[in-house]
Write a protein that binds this ligand. Structure first.
Ligand code: ARG
Length: 461
């Protein structure tokens, strides 16, 4: 009997065929079918490596490579969807039999699905990471644009979601840029971790034929070969790292989403999302909901979940390959799919969002300048702790008298501390407040402009 006629790869030692419910549990084809390009490419290069090692003749290599091309054409035409095979590796091999006959049985020489799947998955991971970074770049550009538009707009900055100090709107937009740039670097590092070749590790002990693994690595775009075959078939660290990069990116996007939800309320009213990224209500005719931001915020849960699930799959596995590892792909696929859904929509929402003009939102509260008043006293020689206390009392006095810090007047201020003078007037200016913070990383115009150009350079690097 020809091997793999019914799609099973190991008939020899079995008397019974697999129970249908076991076959269902066993099957990963619906998940790993998407690795078909990687599987076929790696198989073609493996055939060539077997040829170079003298295991296959040049004519055999050519027939296998062409046969695999034909299998690829069938896959590209949408084939493989409803096939009964266990996984993508058995499906490709079965179709290869259909293309080239018994010679197909030579392809798996010296190879195991254990090193095969680890190789395919890493090849996929390298590309997925690059795709993610591309989409992340679009989002970063959109934030950069908002930043450029926000240099001359002053917003309240918050701590504990209580108004704290005035900031330039650009400073807010850029605060998200830096977090996302760190995410981009984490993704790139995970790609680098993925670029270590497991192929040539066999099931666990290595390959008994003299394949040139260095050549394999170069041919398949890997930067190195794995140093230990047992580690190689079980190592999913790169996938965990990519899932982590995705989870933390999800958390950052969720925080940005939360800002957008708040900023587009009537109460905050700092930013207006375009109609194209807002939704209405089936009942409330006036509603304009920031669903894009809420959906993004909601997706963080599954991104974190995928990371935790993957770590949990790995925990407690004995060394070598274990079938639990079949769970890895669905989790990371979901992380990447989720992000590829979220990133373009959020980039579009930000690219079409507008800051609400100053006259159309609630005026800033003078109490945002309390620290500036304290700093004023410090410049007059008052120790900061004392100045803090004095301004605290001034705020309370203003509250009691139905005034604000700005309308309290010199006389009342003087009653609290003799260091107050006429020039305290100058403190009650939003512009003066932000301009006082000119240190690198601060919210003064010059600092923000140099931050903007630094961010632009980092994004386009
Ligand atoms: N489908 C498996 C996976 O995703 C690869 C096959 C390894 N199977 C095996 N019995 N060793 O990990």
């Amino acid at each position: 009997m020809q091997a793999n006629q019914g799609g099973a790869l190991w008939g020899g030692r079995f008397r019974q065929s697999m129970a249908p419910d076991m076959a269902e549990l066993n099957r990963s084809l619906p998940v790993d079918r998407r690795l078909w390009k990687e599987d076929i490419r790696a198989s073609q290069v493996w055939a060539q490596a077997l040829g170079r090692a003298g295991v296959l003749t040049p004519a055999e290599v050519e027939t296998l490579v062409k046969g695999l091309d034909a299998v690829a054409r069938r896959m590209a035409a949408g084939g493989g969807e409803g096939e009964p095979d266990e996984d993508i590796h058995s499906l490709v091999e079965r179709w290869l039999y259909e293309e080239v006959g018994a010679l197909a049985g030579k392809l798996h020489t010296g190879r195991s699905r254990n090193d095969q799947v680890a190789t395919d998955f890493r090849m996929w991971g390298m590309q997925a990471g690059a795709r993610l970074r591309e989409e992340l770049d679009r989002l970063l550009e959109a934030l950069l644009l908002l930043g450029e538009d926000g240099v001359d707009r002053i917003l309240p900055g918050y701590t504990h979601l209580q108004q704290a100090q005035p900031i330039r709107a650009a400073h807010w937009a850029l605060s998200h840029v830096w977090a996302l740039l760190r995410d981009r670097e984490r993704i790139r590092l995970a790609e680098e971790q993925a670029a270590v070749l497991p192929l040539g590790s066999g099931a666990l002990a290595g390959c008994a034929f003299p394949v040139d693994r260095q050549w394999l690595a170069e041919a398949l775009g890997f930067r190195a070969v794995s140093p230990n075959s047992m580690d190689a078939v079980a190592d999913r660290d790169w996938a965990v790292e990519m899932a982590f990069a995705g989870a933390l990116l999800g958390v950052h996007l969720s925080r940005l989403g939360e800002d957008l939800v708040l900023f587009s309320t009537r109460e905050f009213a700092f930013l207006r999302l375009s109609d194209a990224y807002s939704t209405g209500s089936s009942l409330l005719p006036h509603k304009r909901n920031p669903d894009v931001a809420e959906l993004v915020r909601g997706k963080a849960g599954r991104l974190v979940g995928n990371l935790v699930a993957l770590l949990t799959v790995l925990k407690g596995l004995p060394s070598g390959y274990n079938r639990d590892l079949q769970e890895d792909k669905g989790l990371l696929f979901d992380t990447v799919d989720t992000l590829l859904l979220v990133l373009p929509a959020l980039a579009g929402a930000l690219a079409t969002a507008q800051f609400v003009p100053e006259g159309q939102r609630a005026p800033l509260a003078p109490e945002l300048l309390a620290t500036d008043v304290a700093d004023y006293l410090v410049r007059k020689g008052v120790p900061f702790r004392e100045a803090h206390e004095v301004v605290g009392r001034a705020v309370r006095l203003a509250e009691d008298e139905g005034l604000t810090l700005a309308t309290l007047g010199l006389e009342r201020l003087r009653s609290l501390h003799p260091a107050f003078d006429r020039d305290v007037e100058g403190v009650f200016s939003w512009e003066a407040s932000v301009e006082a913070r000119g240190v690198p990383g601060g919210t003064a115009r010059r600092a923000v402009l140099s931050q903007l150009s630094e961010a632009r350079r980092a994004i386009r690097r």
